[in-house]
Write a protein that binds this ligand. Sequence first.
Ligand code: A2P
Length: 282
Amino acid sequence: MDKNSTYELSNGVKIPVVGFGTWQTPDGDVAEKSVIAALQAGYRHIDTAAIYGNEESVGKGIKNSGVAREEIFVTTKLWNDSHGYEQAKSALATSLKKLGLAYVDLYLIHWPNPVEIRKVWEESNQAAWKYMEEALQQGLVKAIGVSNFHGRHIDSLLKTAKVAPHANQIYLSPSDTQDEIVAYNKQHNILTQAYSPLGTGTLLDLPELKAIAAKHNKSVAQVLIRWSLQQGVNPLPKSVTESRIIENFNVFDFELDNDDNTAIAKLKGTGKVAANPDEVGW
Ligand code: A2P
């Protein structure tokens, strides 16, 4: 595995193994500059979402990076106010316009069971999905997927879907390994993407990880990203700091061994854990 390595989605689309996360990256200069820094550091995969409020700046970063659009894998996500056929159509059009792109590489339903549609989540997701399948046919998106979905949410989607999700992006770190969802995804040939692979920073000071990092002459962040890769998932570390952006992509020259993995397996619950999508207040 090296910096050009990709996973292959079930429709044959290739997705770079490490993506650049932009959740909590403020709109404006910060987002634009961090995306440029990431692309210059070698990332070819940028992850954003309508709700992050930074699509315009992320789009500017992509445009001003000097890297050709076709070389970059771009993901955005459908927010909770847009579950439904017409709503999804208009939400994707808005995201494309803000990003300044003719297509995105991956479009995800952000949450399966938003509070506003909790009584009708199944039909709302199915209707949004119907439009996403059309967008796929029209080339407005190259792949479609979901985020924060548990198996039962995907099962519900599959009742009416013509195309199964290509990816499921979830919170995943040694603190919450989401074994059931990962197994479900694997069984259905759905790529697991890991947002907040550093536990939004909550894992960076753990002594167990510091020891592993020192052993490999790497940082804790690099150990966590490497751990994600060795789990076969697709980490999306976020940073707005150029040195960290570079550091987080420099994870292809070492390997965690069995002792490391055994120690990391004991870290469940030591940092942030995933929210329950059926109980979130958004
Ligand atoms: P910042 O963006 O200010 O550089 P996650 O990807 O799990 O959501 O974690 C993101 C958080 O971790 C952010 O607060 C980010 O800070 C911080 N972070 C990202 N990369 C590193 C790193 N290599 N070392 C220390 N902190 C990092």
